[in-house]
Design a binder for this molecule. Sequence first.
Ligand SMILES: [Zn+2]
Ligand SMILES: [Zn+2]
Length: 287
Amino acid sequence: MEEGLGLKFWGTRGSMAAPFSSHMVYGGNTSSVSVQWPEGMAVFDGGTGILALGQHLEEAAARGQWDQTRKLHIFVSHVHLDHIMGLPLFPPLFWKAADMEFFGPGEGENSFRQRLGKVIGPPCWPISLEQVSAKIQWHDTRDGDVWNLPGEVKVRVMGSRHPDGTVIYRLDQKGSSVVYGLDCEPGEESGRMWEKYRRFAGNCGLLIFDAPYDEKEYCHFKGFGHGFWQQGLDMAVQCGAKKLCISHHDWKRTDEQLGEMEREAAKEAENRGVSLAFAREGMELTV
Ligand SMILES: [Zn+2]
Ligand SMILES: [Zn+2]
């Protein structure tokens, strides 16, 4: 594996999976991003896209190219359905040899595991988290946490502005870094949240920014907990991100519409000296 972090988008859609023929270029699966380095792998969110990652690992294990005992670190931003919908059938959960650590926000009296268990288990789902084969360690994540992973990796946590207790993550490894900023509404540029986000994402290698909207649409969705791509550009410029990826695409948006939006954004990004891409399912990057 080459130097740096190997990143792959397994799902890019926001709010709901949308596997329509008009959506296949940018993808219909909801959010999941894997980040790999020589000593480990982290996965951000378990949207429906995580199923393809699980299948990929299962096939790699059958070929002897993936060790099933290798620890998987799953970081969940929050328990809205689009970020956990792939977890109930994530193949490694059913490997006897699997060793996993789950990280996610609790809220009030409820731990992250308890919150997840309300959806993954009867009556919403036939198999509960107690019944899976993998060995799992559970952790609650809070604003300001720093988690150390093998291979000199640090994962930092920031409380997000989004309904129902949400966090965003930043992973750093030997000078490479990625900010996974789904789901988050940074709000006004003069506001405290904006400033906090700007510091959190400072000089990152890749900023994955939550933007299902553009600026014109945003006024209808203010307070919903999401941003727009023009904000992503502002944030990337202000925090000094080397690359910007827009994700959490609106589930209604077709490839044609997203393509048009991406072209407009890319033009604007070029004028401002930012390297920008709209995330596509299957897209791989080295950060
Ligand atoms: Zn979402
Ligand atoms: Zn959400």
